[in-house]
Design a protein around this ligand. Structure first.
Ligand SMILES: Cc1cc2nc3c(=O)[nH]c(=O)nc-3n(C[C@H](O)[C@H](O)[C@H](O)COP(=O)(O)OP(=O)(O)OC[C@H]3O[C@@H](n4cnc5c(N)ncnc54)[C@H](O)[C@@H]3O)c2cc1C
Length: 441
């Protein structure tokens, strides 16, 4: 069974013109469109499948500052505030709660790393609590075992992946914006070197601004007009269980298993960082860019199969704008979960948290996590096509920072004071070298 997702009714008429067109209705695209609409712009969001149906409904729902890379921490902090403010401003419920995240460990080296991060985070005004053995064992009492230490990050939280993006899309509609589902953008047109239109399967929208928030499809889309965006996707497999387990932390991470309470009282179970590499033509093309990333993560990655080729998101083909594209053939990227990972995840979770034995598996799914070579997203205007903005490559962190990323996109489009310094996200960094410091997941 697929990851749960709230279905919503959206617009049916394709406008002929717009102040801005957002391509992709994942969490980044909907927040970008929402913040643009709040500034009074006539916004059209086009989504080739259903709002939120790819990565944005398949994740754990963590919105965290804890252990964030220095380049992303300011955005993570602002994003948490924006998640909170969105509910107050829009009246829509994303399920966001600052429930705090609990990390437990028996590994001295890991505890030392967390302590170093705590010291760094303090300089950025972020409070995180290091737990000694007694405190960690008390907070982790549902495991029924002692722990050497841990971390609790009280200002972090979770939102509900099954309704977050649909809630934001409803807020766009309330502001008078247009949201179209089953409407793929096939490409762009330019006039005098500037963006002049977005071509969709249902017609052309004249516009001076387009934002590509296309997740795992962004690189192949950019290739159509010659922009080189190094991007690769990893298939991550997770599962959910039914309600019935009492007394567990809302969000718990250990090296072996991570557990997150869902809105219905069930839990999402996952192994952090574990994934399969389904080789594709695009991965081969960009493989040299991802060497540092691979060297850092190889222990948790395993070879996959040919699903990535069949899905078509990482094709190297050039397509025509007057014929169906790979995006129309694959409305929702829904890779098959890795059975061995699902079995291992479930077994580890039952072993660590005996209360989960009262539950049953309710769903299992996979998602393609789109990553850049340094694990930091690409957000900014493309020099070669003024008016075209990229917001992709969220590298496994995009749900939590989706609100901040969407706000930053709106700032850049409107030339306002950016909510955070956009330098670290500038897509031009890949022109020089894509071998930057690799961020942790
Ligand atoms: C198993 C898993 C666990 C994760 N856990 C977390 C977590 O706990 N916390 C966290 O912060 N992040 C997490 N992530 C990462 C997070 O889900 C993503 O970074 C985030 O959802 C990316 O959002 P997005 O909007 O960029 O992409 P997506 O959600 O993938 O959305 C892109 C959308 O664009 C559409 N699209 C693409 N091309 C076109 C086109 N040409 N025309 C129209 N539409 C188009 C697609 O259909 C899709 O709906 C996890 C991811 C996975 C898979």
């Amino acid at each position: 069974m697929r990851a749960p997702l709230q279905q919503i009714q959206t617009s049916s008429e394709l406008p002929q013109s717009a102040d801005a067109v957002v391509i992709g209705g994942g969490i980044v695209g909907v927040f970008a469109a929402y913040y643009l609409a709040r500034r009074g712009m006539k916004v059209v969001l086009v989504e080739k499948g259903r709002i939120g149906a790819e990565q944005s409904c398949r994740n754990w729902g963590w919105c965290r500052q804890q252990n964030r890379d220095a380049r992303e921490l300011p955005m993570a902090t602002r994003s948490l505030d924006l998640w909170e403010r969105f509910v107050a401003d829009s009246g829509e419920d994303t399920g966001f709660r600052r429930c705090g995240l609990l990390y437990l460990s028996n590994d001295e080296a890991e505890l030392a790393r967390w302590a170093r991060w705590r010291d760094f985070a303090r300089t950025a005004g972020v409070t995180t609590l290091m737990l000694d053995g007694a405190e960690a064992s008390e907070r982790g009492r549902a495991t029924g075992r002692p722990w050497k230490g841990g971390v609790f990050s009280p200002s972090d939280g979770t939102a509900d992946p099954s309704r977050a993006a649909p809630s934001v899309a409803r807020a766009i509609l309330k502001l008078g914006g247009t949201v179209l589902q089953n409407c793929a953008a096939r490409g762009i047109e330019t006039e005098g070197g500037r963006l002049s239109a977005v071509v969709t399967e249902n017609g052309t929208i004249r516009t001076k601004v387009a934002v590509l928030a296309g997740g795992a499809w962004a690189s192949s889309f950019c290739r159509q007009f010659g922009f080189r965006f190094p991007q690769a996707a990893i298939r991550s497999s997770i599962l959910s269980v039914s309600p019935g387990a009492e007394g567990l932390p809302d969000a718990l991470h250990t090296a072996k298993i991570s557990v997150t309470r869902r809105d219905n009282g069930g839990y999402t179970l996952a192994i952090s960082g574990r994934g399969r590499v389904d080789v594709t033509p695009q991965q081969l093309r960009f493989s040299s860019h991802f060497v540092p990333m691979f060297l850092k993560r190889w222990r948790s990655l395993a070879p996959g199969g040919l699903q990535g080729v069949r899905c078509g998101h990482e094709t190297l083909k050039l397509w025509r704008l007057d014929q169906p594209t790979p995006m129309e053939r694959m409305r929702i990227l829904d890779p098959v979960p890795d059975k061995a990972t699902i079995r291992l995840t479930h077994a580890r979770a039952l072993e660590l948290l005996p209360a989960l034995r009262q539950t049953r598996i309710s769903a299992a799914w996979a998602g393609y996590i789109d990553s850049t070579p340094d694990g930091v997203p690409a957000i900014g205007e493309i020099d070669a096509v003024p008016g075209f903005f990229l917001a992709a490559g969220f590298s496994g962190h995009g749900f939590g920072i989706g609100s901040g990323a969407g706000h930053l996109v709106a700032d850049l489009v409107t030339g306002s004071e950016p909510i955070v310094d956009p330098k670290s996200y500038d897509p031009r960094r890949f022109d020089a070298s894509s071998w930057g410091k690799v961020a942790d997941f």
